[in-house]
Design a protein around this ligand. Sequence first.
Ligand code: GLP
Length: 262
Amino acid sequence: MEVIIKSNYDEICGEAAGIIQQEWQKKKNLVLGLATGITPLGIYREIIELHRKNEIDFTDVIVFSLDEYLGLEKDHPQSFAYYMKENFLKYVNIKKENIFRLEGKPADIETHCQEYEEKIKSHGGIDIQILGIGRNGHIGFNEPGSSLSSRTRVKTLAEETVNDNARFFKNEQDVPRFCLTMGIGTVMEAKMIILLASGKNKSEAVFQCVEGPVTASLPASGLQLHPQVKILVDEEASSSLTRKEYYKWVFQNKDRVKDHLK
Ligand code: GLP
């Protein structure tokens, strides 16, 4: 795991957008896995800005959404389809046929989930998966207890998640109780994973994710088994990490590795 600690939220978003742009330069038909939540909004803003300055182009880019509430139509203001369109996709030149997402109202849940997995594979897999993290350590909507090898499927939201998400709905009873989400096994097949966390309320989840044991009880900890994960955190979100100074040291010196070969 590469832990990158920046002083504030804007800096982690700038760093994440920079990584995505660099990867796009190497592969113009980049396959991106997109997450929702407040945290990734800054990355989308940065990428939109790069696109406006002609520094990234979406003609061949393909996107897959990570999750969706079950029961919401795609134009429901709280659906993740709506979020993705309004906060990102409508501002870039992505082709409609290159946007893949989980349906809130699929005709058949199992078939839909299986087809989603197949679609990801048919595009050569996800190159970069963007992730946020829930306070209980969930990634996507893989709540604590989710199998670390789970695939795209229906999940019941944890009470904590329902409460956290209630702020986005008029009434608490309107908050969906179920969702569809890529599984942890699905996420783990992405070639690179960028997890972003900001603020004190994420510091315990970040600590468990990076320095705790690998356990299904803290789904994000499964990422420790992935070969290319970047954990981008601001000072507050990194405040419980015990090896903070080491991570900073590694980041400051990473360009000096090559010097040792001269
Ligand atoms: C939801 C999403 C996750 C996201 C999490 C944290 O549960 N399904 O993908 O990481 O919320 O969201 P936020 O960034 O708003 O804290």
